[in-house]
Design a protein around this ligand. Structure first.
Ligand SMILES: Cc1ncc(COP(=O)(O)O)c(C=O)c1O
Length: 473
């Protein structure tokens, strides 16, 4: 396939899967040429080809617009979830540990996994940075890099935020062992056993486990599969339960893939400031966008210091390095002391390696490739679901990340499908593991972060057959 054909096919996939919608304007030829590192003539050829196929149309002095959506997409789940509104103790860990343990084996098809394929990451290049990083370390690094962490790494992270329009000073950043530690330290800084914490419904199971471990009560708030948490319901829940914090994913929520718009993020920040409630913002997927620019974080609108913004390199660059960070706002001292008294610091060599990698460049190129791969794999999985799952199935089409949230037809049990599929060597993540009340009984989360091949396609066929058989009952 020639370059312009590959580019045209990729844009066609984005149209088919709804990433680009009817009436959307395509990026200009110059923008595409820069972002894809191809010549303007390659972009023109690709656009001409798409025009010839009737997928886009040029408007004079305005650019190219999408003219045809794909007819053959599964419907999207439209409804905001409806949790009970009560504050509940959490008891989810056994189910979560069972599922996580069962899907770890390498020969299981990893649709239930939380991780993308390790092969998508520049591991050799990172290994070279590990060597250079180690060479640059002196004997005092073990002390210099104690919490808040390696200053060069914190500067590089701050620079990336600056490039995306968010003003975070290196001094405001605390390096952690992955985002999960950042999130847990943030939670411990603001909540004590018996307090209530607001979470999305559904939510990332590790948030539920963190609440369970500390003895906090969960208040699940209705969340829309595309737009994220429902702000009026959040307001009501805050008035009713007086929570100590909200733990939310503003960009490409796990498991829904929802993305809050800038306006909604701004409204969220204003709402929380009015009520003086801290936000633990989990932004590990922010870099994995399929659009034209990184979605901002709620932290970008924070004037009161209430937002504890957490992220890591685990999903975008260096899985297994366990390097993440938190920008804890007004809770900086508490988080820093908690870090010092729990795990003291993050690994100095891993921090040095990432500082070296980021300073030498190449991260943006890697990210462009990663986003492209994920968006193409999403298109393949969506198409497979539409072909092989029975009528009545609904699936999200997130604009980033690597999870598809699938609503099975009424009456199909996700836990049954999970068990049957696993016995055939296919993993899925069943909906109940994402809810304190074991809701989402007919939903599954599928991971499209792995190479799409014949085995993946045939596994979707098998899943579709299991769902159809469950329907027949
Ligand atoms: C939403 C979300 N937050 C946090 C994490 C954990 O990130 P890390 O591996 O950097 O600790 C994950 C990993 O699955 C995740 O999905």
């Amino acid at each position: 396939m020639k370059r312009y054909e590959a580019l045209a096919e990729e844009i066609a996939q984005s149209i088919r899967t709804g990433v680009l919608k009817l009436g959307d304007r395509l990026p200009s030829v110059r923008q595409t040429s820069t972002s894809r590192s191809v010549s303007p003539s390659t972009v023109f050829e690709a656009y001409y080809l798409l025009e010839a196929k009737g997928l886009i149309r040029a408007r004079v002095r305005s650019g190219y617009y999408v003219t045809a959506g794909a007819a053959s997409l599964p419907p999207e789940p439209e409804h905001t979830s409806t949790p009970s509104g009560e504050s509940t103790a959490v008891d989810i860990s056994n189910l979560v540990f069972e599922v996580l343990e069962s899907i770890k084996a390498r020969d299981v098809v990893p649709f239930g996994s939380a991780f993308p394929s390790p092969l998508l990451f520049p591991l050799q290049r990172l290994a070279r940075s590990m060597t250079s990083g180690l060479q640059a370390m002196d004997a005092w690094s073990a002390i210099d890099d104690l919490t808040p962490g390696n200053v060069n790494l914190r500067r590089q992270i701050a620079l990336r935020y600056l490039a995306d329009g968010m003003h975070v000073h290196a001094d405001e950043i605390i390096i952690t062992n992955g985002a999960l530690e950042a999130l847990n330290l943030s939670l411990m800084a603001v909540a004590r056993p018996g307090d209530s914490v607001i979470i999305e419904s559904p939510t990332f199971y590790a948030a539920l486990q963190a609440l369970e471990r500390i003895g906090l009560n969960a208040v699940e708030v209705p969340t829309h599969p595309r737009e994220g948490i429902h702000l009026e319901a959040l307001d009501t829940a805050i008035r009713r339960h007086r929570p100590k914090a909200c733990w939310l994913m503003t960009n490409f929520q796990n498991p829904l893939g929802s993305l809050m718009s800038d306006d909604r993020k701004q409204a969220l920040v204003a709402l929380l400031a009015r009520h003086e409630v801290a936000l633990i913002e989990d932004d590990v997927y922010g870099e994995l966008y399929f659009g034209h620019k990184r979605p901002v974080s709620a932290k970008a609108y924070d004037k009161s210091g209430l937002i504890m913004h957490c992220s890591s390199f685990s999903k975008s660059l260096a899985p297994g390095y366990r390097v993440g960070w938190v920008v804890p706002g007004r809770f900086s001292q508490d988080v820093s002391r908690l870090k010092l008294t729990t795990t003291l610091a993050a690994s100095a060599p891993a921090q040095a390696a990432l500082a070296d990698y980021l300073a030498k460049g190449g991260y943006d190129k890697h990210l462009r490739q990663l986003r492209h791969t994920l968006s193409v794999q999403q298109a393949a999985m969506v198409q497979a679901v539409v072909r092989h799952f029975p009528k009545g199935t609904k699936a999200t089409r997130p604009a980033g990340g690597y999870f598809l949230w699938v609503e099975l037809p009424d009456g199909v049990s996700a836990l049954d499908i999970y068990r049957q599929a696993l016995s055939l060597g296919i993993s899925v993540a069943p909906g109940p593991m994402f809810s304190a009340n074991r809701g989402f009984q007919h939903c599954i989360r599928l991971n499209y972060g792995h190479p799409w091949d014949a085995r993946a396609e045939s596994s979707v066929v098998t899943l579709g057959q299991l769902v159809a058989a469950a329907l027949r009952g």
